[in-house]
Design a protein around this ligand. Structure first.
Ligand code: FPP
Length: 241
């Protein structure tokens, strides 16, 4: 339950995905370098993780670095890699104490070996926690994930009739994680941007014009209230006449 006795919506999503967009514009609007926006975004992430735990959300998947982000200026790419390393170095114990289980989704290969090792150690260290499963999508792309799944199915000799929804789920980076109920994108952009393409087939979307560093607990609560009034039909007819 929230410590501040916030009134919660009647229906809380099990799994929330977030495209944390708008860090750059947040910084530019303040005359700051883009990296200041990513740092402010990281501070905000900490607050949102706490809020998710308070609100009883079980799975949170955040889009931290896409397979396309490698094309950004080197300084920004290196800065984002450093932020991820710093979060692990400085905040892993605190995340552990909060009951967070850290997982990585995306391609680890392509990242430097010491980075890979750090991520794998963090995943191992927190694997018994279950208060909040935090999937960090880093070097992640939805299409790349599906390609990777197909490649591994072929390697395993899977025969065409054996390819089912369930089997594909098992080959995705998110194996074992329920599909996201709600996906939030901040900053006013109305795009999917290669995030959880398979898993988001029936997710409810919530778009906020707020830049990610300012998307606080109250904004999250607003998204949750809106979600709780959605009638999820999965291609069927309405549940209420
Ligand atoms: C999109 O904003 C944001 C990103 C590409 C990076 C998000 C990363 C963080 C919030 C840091 C937390 C990271 C980890 C690994 C824990 P943008 O830069 O595209 O913003 P813009 O559209 O305004 O330019």
């Amino acid at each position: 339950m929230p410590q501040d006795k916030t009134e919660l919506p009647p229906k809380i999503p099990t799994h929330v995905g977030i495209i944390m967009d708008g860090n750059g514009r947040w910084a530019i609007a303040r005359g700051l370098p883009r990296m200041a926006g990513h740092r402010a975004g990281t501070e905000n992430l900490r607050r949102v993780i706490e809020a998710c735990i308070d609100f009883g959300i079980r799975y949170l998947t955040i889009y931290a670095f896409s397979t396309e982000n490698w094309g950004r200026p080197q300084e920004e790419v290196q800065g984002l890699l450093r932020i991820f390393e710093n979060v692990i170095d400085r905040e892993l114990q605190q995340l552990y104490d909060m009951g967070v289980q850290l997982r990585h989704i995306g391609r680890l290969d392509g990242l430097k070996p010491s980075f890979q090792k750090k991520v794998l150690q963090a995943v191992e260290f927190t694997k018994k926690n279950d208060r909040l499963i935090l999937n960090i999508a880093f070097n992640y792309g939805g299409r790349d994930e599906i390609i990777c799944a197909i490649q591994r199915m072929i390697e395993d000799g899977v025969r065409p009739p054996e390819v089912t929804d369930e089997l594909v789920n098992k080959y995705l980076f998110t194996a074992g994680v329920p599909d996201p109920d709600l996906i939030i994108r901040t900053s006013g952009e109305l795009r999917v941007s290669n995030f959880l393409l398979w898993q988001g087939a029936y997710s409810e979307w919530y778009f906020s014009s707020t830049y990610w560093p300012d998307f606080d607990r109250q904004e999250l609560l607003k998204a949750l209230f809106e979600y709780s009034h959605r009638d999820r039909r999965y291609g069927l007819t309405p549940t209420t006449p």
